[in-house]
Design a binder for this molecule. Structure first.
Ligand SMILES: NC(=O)c1ccc[n+]([C@@H]2O[C@H](COP(=O)([O-])OP(=O)(O)OC[C@H]3O[C@@H](n4cnc5c(N)ncnc54)[C@H](OP(=O)(O)O)[C@@H]3O)[C@@H](O)[C@H]2O)c1
Length: 254
């Protein structure tokens, strides 16, 4: 893979984030396949509107340049056998975040392991971390062409240079500024509860936000947000409306 145009991309997960990834990456000219856990016939038609194809999970990771994981973090071990068969040079990008109320408690992360390092460990290979800090409402509706004023920026973390370059190019293809946030070890600064998390910041605001993250406070702030959302929408899995989510995240995390 010598460039980042017209890539073959397989997406595992066709929910709030995976569906928008399938739409935007197909619209940007990539060859996109998308799979969920229940089978291609259950994938919503709007995910396929711009040419992405619904496939099985095995087909999604077959003969692709890039695999994007957009499934709940606690499902990562279940798809590890599929990822284990990929060539070393395939770029794997993960969008996941740890929510103990949803994902069950994961002792290593509770003890302080960086979420992306836990994911890389489960998969036994390097990954890039991207698209984890944008709420699904903003992601579906707020992308803009490069150079637009107030374009939303997302941090991208990776350990391999190729993973970083490809992930950053694909973030740009989804209508967002890609910001190099360093290594996976540093990526705790973009976890839930951090100042850049679901706050729709610009590229100019990103360095200060990443530097201001305070590791001890992130889980407390994440759990406060979950409690506020549960009080409002009545459960722990429905996403709040986008503007409420941004107001809440800015108030709690910045
Ligand atoms: N929602 C947000 O605003 C947001 C923002 C940024 C990042 N994220 C993160 O991105 C990830 C996806 O979030 P989401 O909101 O899109 O989740 P979601 O709406 O619950 O969708 C999850 C998707 O994963 C699929 N899936 C689950 N297990 C699978 C497996 N073993 N193989 C293949 N597909 C599987 C599900 O398929 P089935 O329905 O068939 O089970 C579903 O399509 C999560 O880790 C989340 O923390 C979410």
């Amino acid at each position: 893979m010598n460039n980042t145009k017209n890539l073959k991309i397989g997406i595992l997960g066709a929910g709030n984030i995976g569906k928008t990834l399938a739409r935007k990456l197909a619209q940007a000219g990539h060859d996109v396949k998308v799979a969920n856990s229940r089978g291609p016939e259950t994938i919503a038609a709007d995910a396929l509107e711009f040419g992405a194809r619904a496939v099985s999970t095995a087909q999604a990771v077959e003969d692709v340049d890039v695999v994007i994981l957009s499934i709940p973090l606690n499902r990562i071990p279940r798809i590890a056998p599929l990822i284990a068969n990929l060539p070393a040079e395939t770029v794997v990008i993960d969008t996941s975040n740890y929510y103990p109320h949803r994902d069950d408690k994961i002792d290593a992360i509770e003890a302080g392991q960086v979420e992306s390092l836990w994911v890389a460990q489960q998969l036994g290979r390097p990954i890039a971390k991207a698209w984890n800090v944008i709420g699904s409402g903003s992601f579906a509706t707020k992308g803009k062409p490069a150079g637009s004023p107030d374009r939303i920026a997302l941090p991208v973390a990776a350990d391999r240079e190729k993973d970083r370059q490809v992930a950053m190019a694909l973030v740009e293809d989804t209508g967002l500024d890609a910001f190099d946030a360093g290594t996976l070890t540093d990526s705790w600064r973009q976890q839930p509860g951090s100042p850049c998390y679901c706050t729709d910041l610009s590229r100019e605001e990103m360095p200060t936000a990443l530097a201001a993250a305070d590791a001890v406070r992130l889980p407390k702030r994440r759990d406060l947000a979950v409690a506020a959302i549960q009080e409002r929408v009545g459960d722990g899995t429905t996403n709040p409306d986008a503007e409420y989510g941004i107001r809440l995240s800015r108030a709690l995390y910045m």
